[in-house]
Design a protein around this ligand. Structure first.
Ligand SMILES: [Fe+2]
Ligand SMILES: [Fe+2]
Length: 138
């Protein structure tokens, strides 16, 4: 059961890498691209952390997240899409909690997801008010 769930997380992290790649390609400005690229890089590190726990190394990124989120981005625009993503990132923080208690490394992963949620909401705020795009980790 635990291994099965951890593999779902591992796959989701890989899929998130691809999703942030798509959002990076679609982003307008260089600052926004850099932020989204940075978020994708963190998801890649998360996948590696999970790989270290599950021992499974043959998973590949899929379009499962990139496709619907790319579509959403086209239909609803980026502010709505980033807001929904922020909810997903916050949700991931809570989904990781049972495992964060057992695996120290996953506590940091969970924390990162919460930071991603906050960062995406700050990005939306900046886009709304034409303020500078936030930098990852601030
Ligand atoms: Fe992640
Ligand atoms: Fe994340």
């Amino acid at each position: 059961m635990e291994q099965k769930l951890l593999l779902i997380f591992q796959q989701s992290e890989l899929d998130a890498v691809k999703m942030y790649q798509v959002l990076t390609e679609k982003a307008a400005g260089e600052d926004e691209k850099q932020l989204l690229r940075g978020l994708g890089a963190v998801e890649g590190r998360h996948a590696a952390v999970l790989r270290g726990i599950t021992g499974v190394s043959d998973l590949k990124p899929t379009d499962k997240m990139a496709k619907p989120i790319g579509l959403l981005r086209e239909k609803l625009g980026k502010k709505a899409t980033y807001t929904l993503l922020a909810l997903g990132e916050h949700g991931a923080y809570y989904l990781y909690q049972p495992f964060a208690r057992k695996y120290d490394v996953l506590r940091q992963v969970a924390q990162d997801e919460r930071d991603h949620g906050k960062t995406l909401l700050r990005l939306v705020g900046a886009l709304r008010r034409s303020l500078p795009i936030p930098v990852l980790g601030n």
